[in-house]
Design a protein around this ligand. Sequence first.
Ligand code: ACO
Length: 447
Amino acid sequence: MTKTDSAQAMRTKSPASEKVTLTFDENGQQKSYHLPLLTGNLGPKVIDIRDLYAKTGYFTYDPGFTSTASCDSAITYIDGENGILLHRGYRIEDLAEHCDFLEVAYLLLHKELPTQKQFEDYHHEISLHTLLHEQLINFYKGFRRDAHPMAIMVGVVGALSAFYHDSLDLHNPYQRELASTRLIAKIPSMAAIAYKYSIGHPFMYPHNKLKYAENFLHMMFAVPSYEYQVNPVLAKAMNRILVLHADHEQNASTSTVRLASSSGANPFACIAAGIASLWGPAHGGANEAVLNMLTEIGDKSRIPEFIKRAKDKNDPFRLMGFGHRVYKNYDPRAQVLRKSCHEVLQELGIKDEPLLGIALELEKIALDDPYFIEKKLFPNVDFYSGIILKAMGIPTSMFTVLFAVARTIGWVAQWREMIEDPIQKIGRPRQRYVGHEQRNFMPLNQR
Ligand code: ACO
């Protein structure tokens, strides 16, 4: 068996004898049902409840899916208690330190790290698709200049479905590959144009000799009237940010992509759905929210006031960049970015950046505070990424767009895994109905 069969292996690994027993009273009679217990390669065992309703007439209840595994996956593993993140078995710290973003993309999509030759071929393949259809560029001109770039991204990425009819057939492996390549190649170009449009600058065409992160910086910051040299320290930091955001298991936007595509919808429309989900401040919008929060705090002396508000049950305010659904320890991505943050500020000669000063002080105070300790609220990846991006000159409204550029790899890899999974079916959760029972209808004139 090859490593690439690991998703299949997870299904067959559990001895058939491993079961859990569910016992309950039904009309005064005690009934027991045996449910299979499945084991993955790492992480908790899962109780297979697929037949539960058919056997018992009961649903399970799990708002937010906090205890529900929705699929088998061999892409990403997170151990939230110990702050571990692995992609196809490799530690995120190693990938962020040593890999080009396209190496990680290749790993997520093709299940192994590329050889030098495979990497060069993949880079070439991607570079053939970096241009946008000129007609698509007209779409941008229909948006207001002050539109949020995520609003533009939802629109233009969805619009790709109208341009590439030859890569919409999910059941055709060649078309799936082509759609994946197009999405990964075009998303930085689409993001950079959204920015250029907002500031009224001419759009910069991609420069295919550059690496993925460099090319993105080039399309964001170059102008036709000057020669633009990509700063290697900033390119390294951008590459790291992209690698750190490439995938994160079954998070809200990835689950959205999977759920949308489970109906057979085309990949471009599904990635647009992922972008919409990512936009929310509890997910990808958090680094923008962190920066807004640090600006609002404004001075270290006001930190205690904001900590107090974060702890107040009657105040909806939360400390942005703190807490995570899965990590109940330091987010390993935040550790990498903390270091990167200092490198970038030093390279740019930004001493005493006030927002970083507030961020570091806030981090220190929160990590010592019994409320945050008890609830296991640690800084997450968004806590530092906003400061780095701001220092690079990227406007806050583009932060989530950048996250979407990186996460497109994860969405595409997860989408392909789902389509290739023989047990995949349309996603259709059930509910606990708490509305009216059946009642008699009254015509309008009698109400
Ligand atoms: N500040 C203050 N209190 C918090 C915070 C926070 N940032 N996060 C969680 N809590 C508290 C909650 O009030 C809750 O308290 P309670 O048990 O007394 O009711 C407890 O900690 C658990 O919080 P939940 O919301 O139930 O945890 P959940 O796993 O659903 O939420 C989330 C995770 C959404 C990330 C949350 O921690 C949050 O809103 N953080 C701020 C936004 C943020 O930084 N998001 C980025 C996430 S990372 C990413 O998407 C890349």
